[in-house]
Every structure is written in structure tokens, then in C-alpha cells.
Design a protein around this ligand. Structure first.
Ligand SMILES: NC(=O)c1ccc[n+]([C@@H]2O[C@H](COP(=O)([O-])OP(=O)(O)OC[C@H]3O[C@@H](n4cnc5c(N)ncnc54)[C@H](OP(=O)(O)O)[C@@H]3O)[C@@H](O)[C@H]2O)c1
Length: 270
């Protein structure tokens, strides 16, 4: 896409330019006018050279000079940040928060004249431009705001608009998903190594297996159970493994992981 094809966004700012903000910035066209803030000056210098952007340690200065303000600090830092931004007039700004747990009302109630808020839940697939992002918008968002959010959040990701009440569950599924899936893969790899397989070959086979499985499920008419039945024939090795997983409570363990993540996301929102 050439510079002339980019929708006009004005200046896009990122407050709390850490891992996730960096991943989002990395997926956005360098043609956008971007700015970032965090407290570490050394980290800001690195961001300046990596993304060719303006930086500041002053969050209020960033918010004042940007048209779209991404809020990317940890949820635990959100309340302090709101105080830092108390003098900024948000009436002409679109806020995009990626904070786990924090509801749209958290921002509209604390920031001056702030009504247009997008609450997004991205994931670290953005690091390889294969992110999965869900977002909800406040009632005051205009069609133009929604269009801008759609363009920005679709960069390097599959982004989908949802209801805000769905976001804590989405946090526990696709937000936490890359770590959950890595956890599952590590368990498979550890088991393979315990049985004498080399780490390198186990990992290569597992990565390719995940890619192939996801691609097949995505493109075929079979659902999970249909696909499992195709692989796990009666009396076979796959069926023996799945039966052992059921006996050992794998379903319950996975369900507990999702439940715990939802509970924690809600706690972070308080
Ligand atoms: N990581 C994920 O997979 C993921 C997925 C979905 C959503 N999220 C959400 O994304 C947010 C950021 O997560 P992350 O993993 O990117 O964390 P992170 O790497 O720790 O980034 C947060 C950044 O905020 C900066 N910061 C802290 N206090 C600040 C302040 N007062 N003003 C300006 N900057 C400040 C920190 O840098 P300094 O110390 O230099 O200030 C830090 O780099 C969280 O709210 C999380 O819920 C994360």
C-alpha cells in the first residue's frame, strides 16, 4: 500500500510502549505519523531508531499531540496513568485500549471529555503478522472511528468486532492463547524427549503438526470431533492417547486454565 492509499489517521500515539505496543507498531505502515511514550529513555531511543518515530517520557504531551491514543501500559499502572492524563482534553481523540480487564467505562469515567473508546484484545501473533485481535467500541464511536480502528487493528492480524462483555473470555482464549498453546507444546515436546527423541527434531515435527492441523481445520468441513475420529481409529495409538488424556483430566485442566484467566482478567479490571 503506498502512502497515498493510507486512510488519514492523524498522529497515532502509544502510551506504554512495551512488548505489545511494539508488536502493533511493527505491523503498521511506517508511513503513519507515530509517537510513543514509556519511562525508560534508553528503550525510547531504541524505538526511535527501530520505527523512525517521535518519543517522549511525558504521557500528557503524547496524548495532547496525538489524534489516536493507544493505551498499552499494564492494567496495574492504569489508575496512575489516568491521573497523569487528567489535564488532557480528549474530546477530539480516539482512545484504543489493549489493557486486560479494563472496561471502556474505566476510561470514559476518568479522562476529560473522553467518549470515543475502542477496547481491543490483541495477541502476540502480531510479532509475525499473524495476530488475532477482538475489539469492542463505545456507543459514541463514529463510523469513521470504527473504520480507523478496523484498519489499525487488522494490520498483521485477523481482527473482529465483538460485544464488550465477550472480551474477558476472549482474553483467556486468544489473548492468553499463545502462551497456553506453547505450554501444551512444551508438554508434548518434554514427553517426546523423555522417550529419547532429540529436541530439534521433536520441535520441528510439532511446529509443522500445529501448522498442518490448523490449516486443515480452517479449510475443511470437519469439526474437531470429526477430525479426531479421522485420526483416532478404534484400537489405534491416537485413540489410546486421547483416552489416557480423558482419564487423567486434561479437559478439566484446560477448562481450569481458561476459568482462571477469566477470573484474573476481571480482577485486573477492578
Ligand atoms: N503480552 C500479551 O500477550 C498481551 C496480550 C493482550 C493484551 N495485553 C495487554 O497489553 C498491555 C501491555 O502488555 P505488555 O506485555 O506489552 O507489557 P510490557 O511489555 O510490560 O509493556 C508495558 C510498558 O508500559 C510502560 N509503562 C509502565 N508504566 C508507565 C507509565 N506510567 N507511563 C508510560 N509507560 C509506562 C513500561 O515501560 P517503562 O518501564 O519504560 O515505563 C512497559 O514497557 C497490558 O495491559 C496487557 O493486559 C498483553
Amino acid at each position: 500500500m503506498g502512502a497515498g492509499d493510507l486512510p488519514a489517521m492523524g498522529r497515532i500515539g502509544f502510551i506504554g510502549a512495551g512488548n505489545m505496543a511494539g508488536a502493533i507498531m511493527g505491523c503498521l505502515s511506517k508511513e503513519y505519523d507515530m509517537m510513543a511514550s514509556r519511562r525508560s529513555v534508553n528503550a525510547l531511543r531504541a524505538l526511535e531508531s527501530q520505527y523512525d518515530i517521535t518519543t517522549t517520557t511525558d504521557n500528557a504531551e503524547l496524548a495532547t499531540s496525538c489524534d489516536i491514543v493507544f493505551i498499552c501500559v499494564k492494567p496495574q499502572s492504569a489508575e496512575g496513568l489516568m491521573s497523569e492524563l487528567s489535564e488532557v482534553d480528549f474530546s477530539n481523540k480516539l482512545v484504543i485500549s489493549i489493557l486486560a480487564g479494563k472496561r471502556i467505562s474505566f476510561f470514559t469515567e476518568r479522562l476529560t471529555n473522553c467518549t470515543r473508546v475502542v477496547r481491543a484484545m490483541p495477541n502476540l501473533g502480531l510479532l509475525v503478522e499473524k495476530g488475532a485481535t477482538a475489539y469492542a467500541v463505545s456507543d459514541a464511536c463514529t463510523p469513521e472511528d470504527e473504520y480507523k480502528a478496523h484498519i489499525l487493528l487488522n494490520a498483521g492480524a485477523y481482527a473482529v468486532k465483538v460485544e464488550e462483555d465477550e472480551i474477558d473470555t476472549i482474553t483467556a482464549v486468544s489473548g492468553c492463547g499463545p502462551a497456553f498453546i506453547s505450554y501444551f507444546l512444551k508438554s508434548l515436546e518434554d514427553a517426546a524427549i523423555r522417550h529419547g527423541l532429540g529436541k530439534g527434531i521433536a520441535q520441528k515435527l510439532l511446529f509443522q503438526t500445529v501448522l498442518g492441523t490448523c490449516e486443515y481445520l480452517r479449510t475443511s468441513d470437519l469439526d474437531y470431533d470429526g477430525f479426531i475420529s479421522k485420526v483416532a481409529s478404534k484400537g489405534g495409538a491416537t485413540r489410546a492417547g486421547i483416552d489416557a488424556g480423558k482419564r487423567e483430566g486434561v479437559d478439566e485442566a484446560i477448562s481450569a486454565m481458561v476459568d482462571a484467566a477469566i477470573v484474573r482478567a476481571r480482577e485486573l479490571g477492578r
